[in-house]
Design a protein around this ligand. Structure first.
Ligand SMILES: Nc1ncnc2c1ncn2[C@@H]1O[C@H](COP(=O)(O)OP(=O)(O)OP(=O)(O)O)[C@@H](O)[C@H]1O
Length: 321
C-alpha cells in the first residue's frame, strides 16, 4: 500500500529548476532512499515533502493528506530531521525534547516520560542535562532525530543524517533508523553515501540534476545493468596451460584469467555450472570455488548516472551546509 505519493513535483528558485517534474511513491513500512550528489535536489525535495518549502508545481499526498493544502495536519504525522539541527542551543537535551513534544500537544507527564526514554535509547542520558550547544556533532544529530520522533510519527524524513559526523555515531544512527523501521515507522532518507543507501534502504531513487533517473530495490538496480552473468572459478592447480583449449571448447563464453588458479566466465545466457564441473573433473582439476560475481551498487550508480562515486563524496565532504 502506498502511503506517500508524489506526482509531477517541481521546485523552481526564480528561473532555476532544482527539482524537475518527479514522480514516486513509498509503501508502508519501507525505508526509501534518495541518493544523489551535491546539488541534485534532495534537500529541495524533502523540504517540499515536509511542508518546509513551497511547492512550485505538483502534488504530495501522505497517508491521504494533501501536503500542499493541509500542511499542519500532514506535519502532525511526520517526523522531520533537517540536515541542520533546529534545536535550541541554550536548552539541555531533556528540555529540548520536552519542548518539541509540547509543540505536538503532548501533556507534561507523558512528554517527560518520552524524553527520558529517548535519551536512554539514543545513549544520551549522561548528557541529558548539558546544553545542546555543548554536544558533539554526533550527539547533536542523535538528539535532533530523537526530537523528530518524540510524537511517534508514522513517517520519518531524514536529510543526510550521517553526513559530517564520526563513524561510530553514524553507525549508531543507522542502527536506530533500522530499529524504528522494524517497529513500523516508514522512513524517507536522503544521502550521498552509496553504501549507506545500500545497507539501509528497501528501495532507492537515484536523483541527478533535479530528475529521478532510476528507482528500484538494490537487486532491481543491479539487474538493470547486469546484462551479463559472471561466474568466477578457482581451481586447485594452474589453468594458464589450458587457457587456449578452454576458450576453444567454450567459444560461446568470454573467459578472463584472473590469476594462475582463477578465471571468470562472462555470458549473456545462463551459465551451466555442471558442464564446467564435468569438464574440469574429466581433466583432473578440482574446483575449489565457483561463485557468482555481482556488480556493486557503486558500479551501478556510476553506470546509470555517469557520476563518479568518489567525486560525489569529495564534493559533499567539502561542502556541508
Ligand atoms: N534557496 C535557494 N535559492 C536558489 N537556489 C537554490 C536554493 N536552494 C537550493 N538551490 C539550488 O538548487 C539545487 C538543488 O539544491 P539542493 O540543496 O536541493 O540539493 P541537494 O541534493 O540537497 O544537495 P546538497 O547535498 O548540497 O544539500 C542546487 O543547484 C542549489 O544551488
Amino acid at each position: 500500500m502506498n502511503i506517500l505519493e508524489v506526482k509531477n513535483l517541481t521546485k523552481k528558485y526564480g528561473d532555476f529548476t532544482a527539482v524537475n517534474n518527479i514522480n514516486f511513491a513509498i509503501k508502508k513500512g519501507e525505508i526509501f532512499g534518495f541518493l544523489g550528489p551535491n546539488g541534485a535536489g534532495k534537500t529541495s525535495t524533502i523540504n517540499m515533502l515536509t511542508g518546509l518549502s513551497k511547492v512550485t508545481e505538483g502534488s504530495i499526498n501522505i497517508f491521504g493528506i494533501d501536503v500542499v493544502k493541509d500542511v499542519k495536519k500532514a506535519q502532525s504525522i511526520m517526523g522531520i530531521v533537517p540536515d541542520e539541527s533546529n534545536l535550541y542551543p541554550e536548552m539541555d537535551g531533556f528540555e529540548n525534547l520536552c519542548f518539541c513534544a509540547s509543540l505536538y500537544g503532548i501533556g507534561k507527564e507523558e512528554r517527560e516520560k518520552r524524553a527520558k526514554k529517548l535519551l536512554e535509547q539514543f545513549g544520551l542520558d549522561n548528557v541529558g542535562k548539558k546544553p545542546f550547544k555543548a554536544y558533539s556533532k554526533g550527539m547533536k544529530r542523535k538528539l535532533t532525530i530523537a526530537a523528530g520522533i518524540i510524537h511517534n510519527p508514522k513517517i520519518l524524513f531524514l536529510d543526510e543524517p550521517t553526513t559530517g559526523i564520526d563513524v561510530e555515531s553514524a553507525r549508531q544512527i543507522r542502527s536506530l533508523i533500522m530499529d524504528l523501521n522494524k517497529k513500523g515507522t516508514t522512513v524517507f532518507i536522503t544521502t550521498h553515501y552509496i553504501e549507506e543507501a545500500e545497507r539501509l534502504c528497501d528501495r532507492i531513487a537515484f536523483i541527478v540534476k533535479g530528475e529521478i533517473v532510476r528507482i528500484g530495490t538494490v537487486d532491481e538496480l543491479m539487474q538493470d545493468v547486469q546484462k551479463e552473468k559472471i561466474i568466477q572459478f578457482t581451481l586447485d592447480s594452474g589453468i594458464l596451460d589450458i587457457k587456449e583449449t578452454l576458450q576453444k571448447d567454450f567459444y560461446n563464453y568470454k573467459i578472463e584469467i584472473i590469476d594462475n588458479n582463477t578465471f571468470r566466465l562472462y555470458s549473456i545466457n545462463t551459465i551451466s555450472l555442471m558442464s564446467f564441473m564435468k569438464y574440469f573433473d574429466e581433466r583432473g582439476f578440482s574446483v575449489y570455488e565457483a561463485k557468482v560475481i555481482k556488480p556493486t551498487l557503486e558500479e551501478v550508480f556510476v553506470k546509470i548516472t555517469g557520476i563518479e562515486a568518489s567525486k560525489m563524496k569529495k564534493e559533499k565532504e567539502g561542502g556541508r551546509k
